[in-house]
Design a protein around this ligand. Structure first.
Ligand code: PLP
Length: 514
C-alpha cells in the first residue's frame, strides 16, 4: 500500500528529475526535445484532425507516408500497442474455430487471439541455444513439419526478433508458408528499428511476411502504446483488418500518441541511415569493451547458424551471468540500487538492457563502468585471480534451457479449457493435472503453462526454482502461484460428443455448464 501523499504524477515528476538511467523501453529514453504539456495536444476527432478509424485527412496522409517509407501496401497507426495489432491480424486471417500454427514463445496477445477466436493452436518450438539459457529462433524446417502435420491451418504466427533479439530466417519461413497457401504473421514488436540501417537485421517486411506488427515505442523514439501494423502483399483482406482494428482499439484514439508516431516516422525518414551512425558507434564500442570482462558476457553473433538463429539485433544487450553464486536478478538489483541503472528485465542467468538511438554516450559509459566493477567483484568473491581471467561456466540445468522448447502435452484447446469446470489445487502437487489458466514468467510475459496443457513435474520444478531465485512467476488467480486452477477431476474423461458431464450435469453451449 502506497501511503505517500504524492500521486502518480508527483512520483513521475520526482523520478524524471532523478539520476536513474533507462536501459528499458520506451525507446525515446525520456531524452526528447522539450515540448509543451501533453494536455496542449490532447484533443478528440474535431474538424480538421481526421479520424483514425475512418482516416481520410491528415492521419491518412501520415499513414500513407509511413507505408511509402516502409514499402508496404498499407500501414496503420496503433494506439493500443502491438497487442491490438496481433489481436486484429490473427482475427482477420481466421474464422472462429480455425487452426493456426504458432511459435510456442509467442506473446500472450497471440494466446488471447486464440482464445477469443476459439482457434486450435499447433505449436512450433524454438530451439535452445547451446551453452546459454536463451531460446533461439524458429527453424524453417520445424515450420515445414508443422505445416505437413497441420495442412488445415490458416496461418503461421512467429515472434522475430525475440525479446533477446534473436531473428528467425523469415524469408525461408515465408517461402514454406506460402507454398502451402497459408499466411505469415510476424510479431516484430521488438524490431521497429530493423532495416533502418545495415547494422540492424532485415525487417520481416522485406522477407515476405503478409502482416508485420511493430511496437515503435519499444525501440524507436515514440510514446508507450504506439505501434504499427503493416500489410504487405495482396493476400490480406484489408477491410477485415480494419474492422478488427476498430474493435480492439479505443474509439477515442489519443492524438498525443498518434502525433508521437507521426513525429517518429518523419524524424526517421528525415535522418535516414545516417541518423543511426552515432548509436551504432556507441554499441560497437560498448560491445568491444565488454570483451574485457570474464563473468559477464554479452550474447553475440557467435550464436548465428545454430538453433534457428538467423540474425541478432545488436541493439539488445543480453548480459549473461556466468557466475555460480550471482544470478541475473542479483545483477539487475545491484545495477539498480548501487548504480542507478534501470534495466529492462532479469532472467535467471541473464539480464536485458534495451538501447535505442536516443541513448547517450554517458549512459553507455555508466553501464560499462558498473559492469566492469561487478565483474571484478564476482571474480574476487569466487576466488579467481583477476589476471587469469578464468570463466566459470555454470552447469546448465535442463529445465532452464528447454522448458519452452520441449513439446508440452496438450489435452484441450485453450478456450475449451478456460471454459471448463475447474478447481484450485496446490501448484507443487499439480503434476499430471490439466491447467485451466496461464502461468507466466515475467518478463517476457510468455506463458510457460497454457490452459489445456498437462502440467508436468519438470515444469513445476522449473517454475518453483525461478520463484526461489526471485523471478516473477505468476498464475492468473494467484500472484504467488501457491495454487493453480486446473480442470476438475474426471473432466478430462468427459466427451463433448455426448454433451453430458461426468457427474450428469448438462452442457450448455461451448463448455459452459450448470
Ligand atoms: C514479443 C512481443 N510481442 C508483442 C508485445 C506487445 O506489445 P505492446 O506492449 O506494444 O502491446 C510485446 C510486449 O512486450 C512483446 O514482447
Amino acid at each position: 500500500m502506497n501511503n505517500s501523499k504524492d500521486g502518480l504524477y508527483e512520483k513521475l515528476n520526482t523520478y524524471s528529475d532523478g539520476d536513474m538511467y533507462p536501459f528499458h523501453m520506451p525507446g525515446h529514453k525520456r531524452n526528447m526535445p522539450r515540448i509543451k504539456s501533453a494536455y496542449d495536444y490532447d484533443i478528440t476527432e474535431i474538424d480538421g484532425f481526421d479520424n483514425l478509424h475512418h482516416a481520410r485527412g491528415i492521419l491518412r496522409e501520415s499513414m500513407d507516408m509511413a507505408a511509402g517509407f516502409y514499402g508496404t501496401k498499407k500501414t496503420y497507426y496503433l494506439v493500443n500497442g502491438s497487442t491490438c495489432g496481433l489481436l486484429s491480424a490473427i482475427s482477420a486471417v481466421t474464422e472462429y474455430g480455425d487452426k493456426i500454427i504458432m511459435a510456442r514463445n509467442c506473446h500472450k496477445a497471440v494466446y488471447n487471439a486464440v482464445y477469443l477466436n476459439n482457434l486450435k493452436a499447433a505449436y512450433v518450438y524454438p530451439r535452445p541455444v547451446e551453452d546459454t539459457s536463451i531460446l533461439g529462433g524458429i527453424h524453417p524446417k520445424d515450420v515445414e513439419k508443422a505445416i505437413e502435420e497441420n495442412p488445415d491451418a490458416k496461418a503461421v504466427v512467429i515472434t522475430s526478433p525475440t525479446y533477446e533479439g534473436v531473428v528467425s530466417y523469415v524469408q525461408a519461413i515465408a517461402r514454406v508458408v506460402h507454398e502451402k497457401g497459408m499466411l505469415l504473421i510476424v510479431d516484430e514488436a521488438h524490431g521497429a528499428h530493423f532495416s533502418m540501417s545495415g547494422y540492424f537485421p532485415k525487417s520481416a517486411l522485406e522477407c515476405g511476411a503478409d502482416i508485420v506488427i511493430q511496437s515503435v515505442h519499444k525501440t524507436l523514439p515514440s510514446l508507450t502504446q504506439t505501434a504499427l501494423l503493416h500489410i504487405c502483399g495482396e493476400l490480406i483482406d484489408e477491410a477485415k483488418v480494419e474492422r478488427y482494428l476498430s474493435i480492439y482499439q479505443s474509439s477515442s484514439p489519443s492524438y498525443v500518441l498518434m502525433s508521437s508516431i507521426d513525429n517518429c516516422v518523419r524524424e526517421i525518414i528525415r535522418k535516414g541511415p545516417l541518423g543511426f551512425i552515432d548509436y551504432e558507434g556507441m554499441l560497437t564500442e560498448f560491445r568491444e569493451k565488454m570483451n574485457n570482462l570474464t563473468q559477464l558476457k554479452l550474447l553475440d553473433k557467435k550464436i548465428l547458424g545454430k538453433a534457428g538463429c538467423y540474425d541478432l539485433d545488436m541493439g539488445k544487450l543480453v548480459i549473461q551471468v556466468k557466475s555460480i553464486t550471482y544470478t541475473g536478478q542479483d545483477l539487475y538489483n545491484e545495477l539498480l540500487s548501487k548504480y542507478h541503472i534501470q534495466l529492462e528485465m532479469a532472467a535467471r542467468d541473464y539480464v536485458i538492457a534495451m538501447t535505442s538511438l536516443n541513448d547517450t554516450k554517458d549512459g553507455f559509459d555508466r553501464l560499462y563502468e558498473a559492469l566492469f566493477n561487478i565483474d571484478r567483484d564476482i571474480r574476487i568473491k569466487e576466488g579467481y585471480g583477476q589476471a587469469e581471467g578464468l570463466m566459470h561456466i555454470k552447469p546448465l540445468d535442463e529445465g532452464a534451457v528447454s522448458i519452452l522448447e520441449k513439446p508440452a502435452v496438450t489435452c484441450m484447446d485453450i478456450r475449451e479449457a478456460i471454459n471448463s469446470k475447474k478447481e484450485e489445487v496446490e501448484f507443487s502437487s499439480s503434476s499430471g493435472r490439466i491447467a485451466a489458466e496461464y502461468v507466466y514468467l515475467y518478463p517476457p510475459g510468455v506463458p510457460v503453462i497454457v490452459p489445456g496443457q498437462m502440467i508436468e513435474k519438470v515444469v513445476i520444478d522449473y517454475l518453483l526454482d525461478c520463484k526461489a531465485k526471485g523471478l516473477q512467476v505468476q498464475g492468473q488467480e494467484d500472484d504467488e502461484l501457491m495454487n493453480i486452477v486446473v480442470i476438475k477431476e474426471n473432466w478430462k474423461e468427459f466427451s463433448y460428443g455426448k454433451n453430458i458431464l461426468p457427474d450428469g450435469e448438462k452442457l450448455i453451449g461451448e463448455g459452459y455448464h450448470v
